[in-house]
Design a protein around this ligand. Structure first.
Ligand code: G6P
Length: 368
């Protein structure tokens, strides 16, 4: 590859460390304080078309699908629009009823994933506008969609997606702000979102400082063969993504679950060799997640908790804690994903796995 490692042991680690910069690039030139909204150069839909959108469907595969889940929560919160997130591989063979004012977003790092492309073509055939959120400029999905937003994250070489995921979340936040300002979001609230977004790159930089703690924790648990990842609300997709990262590069069985759902099945897996990774920054359901943590501890399961700086309550329950900066709830999955990416990375390295080229996986799946 022509992309240099710049002293990093793997592309994945390099890409994890690029995130303060790639997140900055995803926002560059797209925030407008005068109108307290986001601006995009390539949506290619008329203002009238955009204003009459009354439903949004997000489609994607893999990690991009997890970003879609984050986007769903953001769009619902800011724009009060009904949103659905569909696996592209399912959407392409279904025929869901879509109202005429439904907009589809295809989310894809590569812009070449065959299921995402096929789902998008199917929805376009029915006459709906389709926009893409792509990283690779000029990719098939970028070209075939009516318009879209590029991530500008630079080439992602590691098969396990990291920087593309956080940039997808940022672009979805910008879109949520944009659609919010077309509908219900006040000028003041829009400005607050802009302030929070502008603070994000430095907060991600701080989240990277968890690396040495994470490396120590990875050493402690790298021989476990089952992990649970638990989080609620915005941190539920972060838990899913954390579990996927571990599965992909370390070949450890990991399940992501909404923390409160664990009592409906996964808690049966808990024993002293099955760590649970809780994604539990402060926020709406914080106390409830602490109660979930206690339930795991009571059954002898080790608990690793991703918490906010200064949080002592969670630290009292958990065996190991990692501190991330306090951010607005919609940005939590971005900041909490950083230690989860690092955890998967260090465990995979300790297990001697080929981090950048995991077995059986491809960077981009272009055949069905
Ligand atoms: C493959 C990659 C994943 C990626 C998924 C979707 O499975 O290994 O990292 O999330 O495809 O790829 P896309 O390029 O559409 O985001």
């Amino acid at each position: 590859s022509q992309v240099e490692l710049d002293g990093f042991a793997h592309y994945m680690l390099k890409e994890i460390y690029e995130q303060p910069e790639t997140i900055r690039n995803a926002m560059r030139g797209r925030l407008n304080r005068d109108s307290a909204t986001a601006v995009f150069g390539g949506l290619n839909l008329t203002a009238q078309q955009l204003r009459t959108i009354d439903r949004i469907v997000l489609t994607a595969c893999g990690t991009s699908w997890h970003a879609g889940l984050v986007g769903e929560y953001m769009l619902e919160a800011f724009a009060r629009l009904p949103v659905e997130v569909e696996y592209a591989s399912e959407l392409r063979y279904r025929n869901p009823p879509l109202s005429s004012n439904t907009l589809l977003f295809a989310i894809t790092q590569s812009g070449e994933t065959i299921d995402t492309l096929a789902a998008m073509r199917e929805v376009m055939r029915k006459g709906h506008p389709v926009l893409s959120i792509c990283n690779v400029v000029g990719s098939t999905i970028a070209r075939e969609s009516d318009g879209g937003v590029y991530l500008h994250a630079g080439p992602e070489i590691g098969v396990a997606s990291t920087k593309a995921f956080t940039s997808q979340c940022v672009v979805l936040a910008l879109l949520a702000l944009y659609f919010g300002r077309l509908h219900h979001l006040s000028y003041e609230a829009g400005l607050r979102v802009i302030d929070e977004l502008e603070a994000l790159p430095d907060q991600v930089e701080q989240a990277l400082e968890t690396n040495s703690d994470i490396r120590r924790i990875a050493g402690k648990y790298s021989r476990c063969n089952n992990f649970l990842y638990l989080g609620r609300q915005y941190n539920f997709p972060a838990a899913l993504e954390g579990a996927l990262k571990l599965k992909e590069i370390s070949y450890i069985h990991a399940e992501g679950y909404p923390a409160a759902e664990m009592k409906h099945g996964p808690i049966a897996l808990v024993d002293e060799n099955t760590p649970s990774v809780f994604v539990v920054p402060r926020g709406g359901v914080y106390e409830k997640v602490l109660a979930n943590m206690e339930e795991i501890k009571a059954r002898g399961g080790p608990v690793i908790a991703i918490v906010n700086r200064g949080d002592e309550e969670a630290a009292e329950i958990a065996d190991d804690v990692v501190h991330v900066p306090v951010v607005a709830d919609f940005l939590q999955p971005i900041v909490t994903s950083i230690p989860l990416q690092l955890l998967a990375y260090h465990i995979a390295v300790l297990r001697g796995c080929d981090v950048d080229k995991p077995r059986n996986l491809a960077k981009s799946v272009t055949v069905e």
